[in-house]
Write a protein of this length. Structure first.
Length: 616
């Protein structure tokens, strides 16, 4: 039972599973790090430490606290910067990615199939996020509610910094922990990195995702030329670490055969199996080591009637041998006095689908130079954004994961991954959706992006997605393709301070705080605050209707109905209730009196008792 309980705790908190030495036997065994578990279950830093094998650095507990700390923020919609706002399934979130990941927790918990990120490589000149840590929950909520996002969340991490690696780990740690929550059970996270931090990142991911969920470290040959300025050895590669949420649920990762691999199917087509295409021969006596199985050692009759015995054992059993021989799928050849049996491996299966092969650990043929040229085609200047990732690289990575799902990139940069999703859906008729998160990091005034009219990297990314989508549509007018995106911006909460800390309001000020919603927020701002709080998909279609001159929002038909106008009549409420929505929401000021509020509750109980009603 102890072992089972350890497994259960490790499934929820994989970073709490450690190796420790048994005090009696001296044997190393699995155990739970209770100090770490206490920290997981606390909103304050807890004391306590002991020797154990684990990754540690100055500031780790504060970084863990950054992941667990609550926030009082909202996602404000921005229609004017969006494309197909009401119908698109794609999201572009502008703001701090730590805040964005927290705001996405309720809505997308366990729903993201693929995460791809290209974080700062910590080369000594990269910008890192400067994160804030809470002191007390109540104080933090008030402070974060009042503080506006100024875009100054970045600081250069110089290699002269005494916490050079520690600051980088502290930045990435809470974001990976929150990202893990969003992955589906069969989801994958893929992280680009180079030699500067690949060792630390591997250990960090082992802790966050569990070492048993490591899939592979791909090597990407990023360029084909050498660098005269490089010392010792020319570096032409980067890495892509792949981890699964649960490796036991991940099937073999297959890719299309290359032209060279197709050429290996050199044998002519069988008349009996013409639709299977050409074939190649594979020996039925494996050369590698296998478990000793006596049932795989038996004689097979050769064409001349002699018996063929394996030197060790066959790959197949008797029944499968007999079936393949009867169907003409075996090949007998004689080398000297010895017969050899091979199976015919066809290029296509019985459905006519071409065979695939497992992805190897090296990605070649896609180069970083092509990424700059790609931006040059879209913007007329290949220097618009320095060191972008090629969309072709991300497109190939998407192909490793599947043909549908949500793809999240919370270090979106110039928008390469969104561009990749659009092109991949176009090429394969897939239905991938993207969520992009990018801080409005200011572009240098001397940069090509700033001169082209993009004051921030987020502005550049949004325009890139627009142009990539328009190009895809222009060249494929008959294809149904979602090239839109709904822009949401991380901002302070739509709710006023009194909503989070009513105890701090003095009685003399109650009149000023009669409305708990900030005066400058629109009805649509309120709607998205509700969607986030209720965990409703932020990409659901939204329509508006006017009922008795009141604006009514309908999210995904009747999934949620909202009205934030004042003096809402009982007739309007009855009209809404008759549609039997799953959820209905009003603001407190919508009611002209307490009696009206009570009547509205009774109307829903009578006409739509299953509806969940909420008041802001």
């Amino acid at each position: 039972m102890t072992a089972e309980n350890i497994d259960k705790v490790a499934a929820i908190f994989p970073n709490c599973l450690v190796e420790t030495k048994d005090e009696k036997t001296g044997e190393v065994k699995r155990a739970i790090d209770f100090d770490q578990l206490r920290q997981e279950l606390s909103d304050r830093i807890v004391d306590g430490s002991r020797e154990r094998y684990h990754l540690d650095w100055p500031g780790k507990r504060e970084a863990l606290l950054a992941a667990n700390a609550p926030i009082a923020k909202s996602l404000r919609p921005c229609r004017e910067e969006s494309v197909d706002f009401d119908t698109t399934k794609n999201l572009f979130i502008e703001g701090d990615n730590l805040d964005a990941l927290k705001l996405l927790q309720e809505t997308y918990l366990g729903k993201v199939k693929m995460i791809y990120i290209d974080p700062p490589y910590n080369t000594g000149t990269d910008f890192l996020y400067r994160d804030d840590y809470s002191e007390k929950t109540q104080d933090f909520l008030v402070r974060s509610n009042q503080k506006n996002e100024k875009g100054d969340r970045l600081v250069v991490n110089s290699d002269a910094n005494g916490r050079f690696h520690s600051d980088w780990l502290s930045m990435l740690y809470p974001r990976l922990r929150l990202a893990r929550n969003l992955l589906t059970d069969d989801g994958l996270i893929l992280i680009s990195i180079d030699d500067h931090e690949v060792a630390q990142l591997r250990m960090l991911c082992d802790e966050v995702f569990g070492s048993k969920n490591f899939v592979e470290c791909l090597v990407w040959k990023r360029r084909y030329g050498g660098g005269a300025k490089e010392k010792h050895i020319v570096s032409i590669h980067e890495y892509i670490l792949i981890y699964a949420r649960d490796l036991s649920l991940i099937p073999d990762i297959l890719v299309d055969l290359s032209d060279d691999q197709v050429q290996r199917y050199y044998k002519l087509k069988d008349d009996n199996f013409e639709k299977l295409g050409p074939y190649r021969l594979q020996p039925l006596e494996p050369a590698g080591s296998m478990a000793d199985r006596p049932n795989l050692r038996f004689p097979v009759l050769a064409p001349d009637g002699s018996e063929i015995w394996p030197e060790r054992q066959w790959l197949w059993g008797k029944e499968k041998f007999a079936e393949a021989k009867e169907n003409g799928m075996l090949d007998f050849s004689k080398r000297g006095e010895k017969w050899q049996i091979s199976r015919k491996q066809y290029l296509r299966d019985l459905t006519g689908t071409q065979r695939k092969t497992k992805q190897n650990s090296i990605i070649d043929g896609i180069y970083g130079q092509g990424a700059s040229a790609e931006l040059g085609e879209l913007f007329g200047d290949k220097n618009t954004f320095l060191f972008p990732k090629p969309s072709a690289l991300v497109r190939q990575l998407i192909g490793l994961v599947g043909n549908d799902g949500i793809m999240l990139d919370f270090f979106a940069g110039s928008g390469s991954s969104a561009h990749a999703v659009i092109d991949y859906n176009l090429e394969t008729s897939s239905t991938w959706r993207f969520i992009q998160v990018q801080l409005p990091e200011k572009c240098e005034q001397t940069s090509a992006a700033f001169k082209a009219g993009f004051p921030t990297i987020a502005d550049l990314a949004k325009e890139r997605i627009r142009r990539a989508g328009n190009a895809a549509k222009r060249d494929n007018k008959t294809v149904v393709l979602d090239i839109g995106f709904r822009v949401l911006k991380v901002d302070t909460s739509t709710m006023a301070d009194v909503y989070y800390a009513p105890d701090s309001v003095k009685q003399a000020d109650l009149v000023a705080f009669a409305d708990n919603i900030k005066s400058e927020r629109t009805a649509e701002d309120l709607l998205f605050q509700v969607l986030v709080d209720w965990g409703v998909d932020l990409s659901l279609p939204i329509t508006q209707e006017n009922i008795a001159k009141k604006k009514i929002f309908f999210v995904d038909g009747n999934a949620l109905v909202a009205c934030f106008d004042t003096k809402v009549s009982e007739d309007v409420v009855k009209d809404i209730a008759k549609r039997k929505p799953l959820r209905a929401v009003f603001r407190d000021s919508s009611y002209s009196s307490d009696s009206v509020k009570i009547n509205i509750e009774q109307i829903f109980k009578l006409l739509s008792p299953e509806t969940e009603v909420k008041t802001l």
